[in-house]
Design a binder for this molecule. Structure first.
Ligand SMILES: *Cc1c(COP(=O)(O)O)cnc(C)c1O
Length: 397
């Protein structure tokens, strides 16, 4: 596997496996099973078949003509992960981990979820594979994300409320990492982003790398050359790692990660772990983390629940440090404006997460001028955000 971390899961000085002793055997078992599966033609064929026939891949690479004209600069292409079954990129990873769990003889999938998108994607794959499913979710998120809770329940997943801390994603993930130690013989813990202890950051990138592999071939077919810039939003960083990995070895291609700037970096209310955090350990991995002067984890803020995470995957920390990728914040306001712009100009309602990336893609296309080509990963569709957007705007926020 190209650009793999070392045997301990280190990307440069980031990553690793900072977990209690009880969890270690399960992570070692998982690492071995993943590495064996990744080189097994039968496993790869099952994964590819499922992505094609169930998820609907390859997702199109779409030239956004009216959006391009709007910015008056380079050509903007959108990688349409919003067209996947369940409406976002997350299912690429849950299909991969679900098939791996099955191969390992597990009968239950367990996941953490914030907005509920990863919980739904995991519950979907559990139904597909005939497995049980448990989803840890903060009580506060259960209240805020009721439609996704109903979806998971329809899919016969058990939603387990988490009452510790701020009762949101970071607490659900801590709880899932703890809960996972009790039933490891039968239960497989499906992490939803390139975060957590080794081998998760590597494994999730691997399953999401299909985005970058497709996008690279598609742009070469359409333009006979590589893009100048590839842009993606970064919560934990899985959709970004997926598309970046396809272009990592192309030195001419600039990789730009967009973090949630929330109310602005100066306000302190954001979710930009790279732009505004410090090196620390969260959920078993060393990376950039939002923390106060005492090292306590700080609450992240973003208009989009999917970017609302106080950490970031270790490979992104490494890319930021080496300069292979750059990371910039886009605010709630800017993302909200782009949510409307893309809807009105292209008839595509983007997820608020993805709207952050489209905003930055437009800015880059404008700055680089007509000869440039910019590829933006449209990580998901915005149906889930419509009620929240309308409510916010009715309140005049
Ligand atoms: C969850 C989510 C994200 C953020 O997760 P990453 O791991 O950073 O990709 C982005 N976009 C959508 C649509 C999501 O559902």
């Amino acid at each position: 596997m190209k650009h793999a971390p070392d045997a301990g899961g280190h990307f440069g000085s980031f990553g690793g496996r900072y977990v209690g002793e009880t969890l270690m055997p399960a992570l070692i078992e998982l690492d071995e099973a993943f590495r064996a599966a990744a080189v097994d033609p039968a496993f790869n064929a099952a994964f590819t078949d499922c992505l094609r026939d169930y998820v609907g891949r390859p997702s199109p690479l779409y030239f956004a003509r009216r959006l391009t004209e709007h910015f008056g600069g380079g050509k903007i292409y959108l990688k349409r992960e919003d067209l996947n079954h369940t409406g976002a990129h997350k299912v690429n990873n849950t299909v991969g981990q679900g098939l791996l769990a099955q191969r390992m003889g597990k009968r239950r999938l367990m996941a953490e979820t914030g907005a509920g998108q990863h919980g739904v994607a995991t519950a979907t794959v559990a139904a597909l594979l005939g497995m049980e499913c448990q989803v840890y979710m903060g009580e506060e998120d259960i209240r805020r994300q009721a439609p996704n809770v109903k979806r998971m329940e329809l899919l016969r997943a058990e939603v387990i409320p988490v009452r510790s801390g701020t009762r949101t994603l970071k607490d659900a993930m801590s709880e899932a990492l703890r809960g996972g130690t009790t039933e490891v013989r039968t239960t497989f813990y499906v992490i939803g982003s390139v975060a957590g202890p080794h081998p998760y950051p590597l494994m999730v990138r691997h399953f999401q790398s299909v985005i970058g592999t497709e996008a690279r071939a598609q742009i070469l077919e359409k333009e006979q050359r590589l893009p100048d810039v590839v842009v993606a939003c970064v919560g934990g960083g899985s959709n970004a790692a997926g598309i970046f990995s396809g272009f990592e070895d192309d030195a001419s291609v600039q990789l730009v990660g967009v973090e949630a700037g929330g109310h602005g970096m100066a306000s302190g209310q954001h979710a930009a772990s790279i732009g505004g955090g410090r090196v620390g350990i969260l959920h078993g991995s060393r990376s950039f983390v939002l923390q106060d002067a005492d090292g306590q984890i700080q609450n992240a803020h973003s208009i989009s629940a999917g970017l609302d995470y106080p950490g970031v995957g270790p490979e992104h920390a490494h890319w930021a440090k080496t300069g292979r990728a750059t990371y910039v914040p886009v605010t709630d306001k800017e993302a909200l404006a782009m949510f409307h712009t893309l809807t009105e100009l292209e008839g595509i309602i983007p997820a608020l997460e993805s709207a952050h990336a489209v905003y930055e893609g437009g800015r880059r296309a404008q700055a680089l001028g007509k000869d440039a080509i910019v590829v933006v990963n449209l990580s998901g569709r915005g149906d889930k955000d419509i009620d929240a957007v309308l409510a916010m705007e009715a309140q005049g926020k």
